[in-house]
Design a protein around this ligand. Structure first.
Ligand code: ARG
Length: 461
């Protein structure tokens, strides 16, 4: 059977190896709902413009629904000679309707068809990803109350730095995922423009109505320049980038919790349903889901790289290279979505090892900054206070005590201006209370942040 796209100009059939090489049905069949929806909207527009009759439109739309049923049930065979999902559906239509089916492709090219279908698919996948991010945010938010009284070390350079409330950590991840959601919303604005009607590259001489199909397909508007649109895959690149940033956030979180679940840290216990054992070491409980979340970030970033390289250096407009845009983006969405689906229950189900954390929280001089700031507040220049506290920490290290355990006369030996009021900023609890600036970890600040996110993440978002 001759492919609908091979006209009389061809002097021989396609080499079967080329058919195998060039097919995309094996992956673009994922677009079939979008293709059928787009084709129905196109047929209705053609009828509205008098390019086909209402009866023809009716027959086409009905046949397209039957074809959807065949695709749903998996009964439509994949035929490499029909190349892609668009030709499979069109051929099935022609098989049913003959010449009426042959009218559907009026004023349309696969170039604008592919772009329109993919935009619809990406739009939905971005919206789903947004909802999955919201679930992970809610999982972190859900921990804030029960972990409110736990003090954890904050690290810089992976060295103990200052004390923070556990919910300050959870809120930090909520912020990161919020920015991801904002990037998604921004990206959707450009994804959500209809390509349909730019046809192959220059538009069409037939009297189509692009606004009508755009409206029918839920697009916010239509793209402006047919030459640009035929070639444009920015929406694919942007989506792959947004997903890569999510991967970065997930990977960083995973790495942190992998460290935290070691004996060396001993801060957290992941739910056993999200861990695996070892075939030779019976004592092992390995955080494989976290490790794979970290590992899978590599392929998501690799997919972005693939897409950047795929699209660089392409002359205007559509080039067949663009067919290769789908597997990497499908893979990035699949990967990120499963990571997010697993992250939410893992976050909700993990247990902080409170005793272990408390037993070592006074190690590492986490209150050195608040001691220094206590001296600054009393009028001492910062550089001098920094130097003196360094010396005080040195002495405490020698004596193997915490800053709070140093007698006042030892503190005064270094800084005579100190008095008993220094006790108010020593010890991690006091230090936490002392960090009162906006965005800081003071309990009142953290409380108001929890309040803020509780309102924002209520069911409506
Ligand atoms: N399978 C192709 C793709 O996915 C369809 C577009 C083909 N267009 C063309 N002019 N050959 O990109």
């Amino acid at each position: 059977m001759e492919s609908p796209s091979r006209g009389g100009v061809f002097s021989e059939g396609t080499d079967s190896r080329v058919e195998q090489f060039a097919e995309s049905i094996s992956f673009d069949r994922r677009l079939y709902h979008q293709d059928i929806r787009g084709s129905k909207a196109h047929a209705q527009m053609l009828a509205g413009q008098g390019l086909i009759s209402d009866e023809e439109c009716e027959a086409i739309c009905q046949a397209l629904e039957e074809i959807r049923g065949e695709l749903d049930s998996g009964s439509m065979p994949m035929r490499f000679e029909l190349e892609d999902i668009h030709m499979h559906i069109e051929q099935a239509l022609i098989d049913r309707l003959g010449d009426v089916g042959r009218k559907l492709h009026t004023a349309r090219s696969r170039n604008d068809q592919v772009s329109t279908d993919f935009r619809m698919w990406v739009r939905e996948a971005l919206e789903q990803t947004d909802q999955l991010l919201a679930e992970v945010q809610r999982a972190f938010l859900g921990r804030c109350e029960k972990d409110f009284d736990v003090v954890l070390p904050a690290y810089t350079h992976l060295q103990r730095a200052q004390p923070v409330l556990a919910p300050h950590y959870w809120l930090a991840y909520i912020e990161k995922f919020q920015r991801d959601r904002e990037r998604i919303a921004d990206c959707i604005q450009r994804v959500n423009q209809s390509s349909l009607g730019v046809a192959a590259v220059a538009g069409t001489s037939l009297p189509i109505d692009r606004h009508r199909t755009a409206g029918e397909l839920g697009f916010a508007g239509i793209t402006r320049n047919s030459l640009d649109t035929s070639s444009d895959r920015d929406f694919v690149l942007e989506s792959a980038f947004v997903l890569s940033v999510i991967a970065t956030h997930l990977s960083g979180w995973a790495e942190e919790w992998i460290l935290w679940s070691t004996v060396e840290f001993g801060f957290i216990q992941c739910p056993h349903a999200f861990c695996t054992g070892s075939s030779i070491m019976p004592q092992k409980v390995n955080p494989d889901v976290l490790e794979l979340t970290r590992g899978k970030a590599a392929r998501v970033m690799g997919n972005l790289q693939t897409l950047m390289i795929l699209t660089k250096g392409l002359p205007l407009a559509y080039n067949r290279d663009l067919q290769e845009d789908k597997p990497p983006l499908f893979d990035s969405f699949d990967t990120i979505q499963i990571c997010l689906q697993l992250a939410a229950p893992l976050v909700a189900g993990a247990e902080l090892q409170r005793e272990r954390i408390a037993a070592q929280i006074e190690e590492g001089y986490l209150d050195a900054t608040t001691l220094m700031e206590h001296m600054i507040a009393a009028g001492m220049p910062q550089r001098r206070a920094h130097h003196l506290v360094g010396a005080i920490v040195g002495e405490a290290m020698q004596r193997k005590v915490t800053l709070a355990e140093l007698p006042l006369d030892v503190l005064q030996k270094h800084a005579p201006e100190l008095d008993e009021s220094v006790r108010d900023v020593l010890g991690t609890r006091n230090a936490i209370e002392a960090f009162t600036s906006e965005g800081s970890t003071a309990p009142a600040r953290v409380r108001s942040q929890i309040q803020y996110w509780t309102e924002r993440l209520s069911a409506s978002e």
